[in-house]
Design a protein around this ligand. Structure first.
Ligand SMILES: Nc1ncnc2c1ncn2[C@@H]1O[C@H](COP(=O)(O)OP(=O)(O)OP(=O)(O)O)[C@@H](O)[C@H]1O
Ligand SMILES: [Mg+2]
Length: 231
């Protein structure tokens, strides 16, 4: 698959994790949103075939305030990613890595996207954060993107020996049913280590339980999307 990863998190973890050092991020998501930079300037190839990234730096954290007076402030990413110049890249998937809070950047992502993929840590407060996210989703649907789907909710940091993990899973499946992916991502040290080697876990340790789980998640997502396309 040809994939573009848009780093929309001022922390820039996706950029660092894919080997784009902070001092090499000359053209970023900030430039795309605020300065209307050209796609060809902001999209860069990673070390991995068919995976490109638009990197982010901390300057993105001020975009929220700078864009407040912009009438199109919620549609900037939507418009940027739908420029005609985008067609020639022939992406199969565009993934947008969101910041941890619900702000104007997150709204831009939800307005631009076809669907939302929600990682849910198997911890006590996780489901509380989810209800706020669901409210925001509903608002974005009403105001700007009626077709926005929930791609699915993926349980992460799962520890099957831990009662709490099992309880969070049970609650999630009882309340959210089919929205919860069958695949669970186990807590796995290789997943934590991979970013410090600036590699996805699939390359860092392809046989690890974490890599296997993420590969299985990818299959599940692709399978679901074939069903969506057939409807
Ligand atoms: N060691 C691990 N084993 C399994 N899954 C992990 C591990 N570390 C992180 N994850 C999961 O991978 C995803 C990405 O983790 P990451 O550490 O980048 O945090 P994040 O949720 O993106 O945080 P932030 O919002 O600060 O960017 C999360 O869903 C997390 O639960
Ligand atoms: Mg993150």
């Amino acid at each position: 698959m040809r994939v573009l990863l848009v780093d929309l998190d001022p922390q820039g973890n996706a950029s660092t994790g894919l080997g784009v050092p902070a001092d090499a991020r000359d053209h970023t998501t900030y430039d795309l949103l605020v300065e209307s930079a050209d796609l060809s300037d902001v999209i860069r190839q990673t070390d991995i075939d068919d995976l490109c990234i638009i990197p982010a730096t901390v300057d993105l954290s001020s975009a929220d305030i700078e864009l407040m007076s912009n009438e199109k402030r919620s549609f900037l990413l939507h418009d940027a990613l739908r420029q005609p110049a985008m067609d020639e890249y022939e992406w199969d998937y565009i993934l947008i890595d969101c910041p941890p809070s619900l702000n104007l950047l997150t709204v831009n992502a939800m307005v631009a996207a076809h669907s939302v993929l929600i990682p849910l840590q198997s911890e006590f407060f996780a489901l509380e954060g989810l209800s706020q996210l669901m409210l925001t989703l509903r608002e974005v649907r009403q105001a700007a993107n009626p077709k926005l789907r929930i791609e699915g909710i993926v349980l992460t940091m799962y520890d099957r020996r831990n009662n709490l993990s099992q309880q969070v899973e049970q609650d999630a499946r009882d309340n959210l049913g089919d929205l919860v992916f069958r695949t669970k991502i186990p807590r796995n040290v290789r997943v934590s280590e991979a970013p410090s080697y600036a590699m996805p876990v699939l390359n860092y340790d392809s046989g690890s339980l974490g890599a296997k789980a993420y590969r299985q998640l990818a299959s599940e997502i692709i399978e679901n999307n074939q069903e969506v396309a057939a409807e």
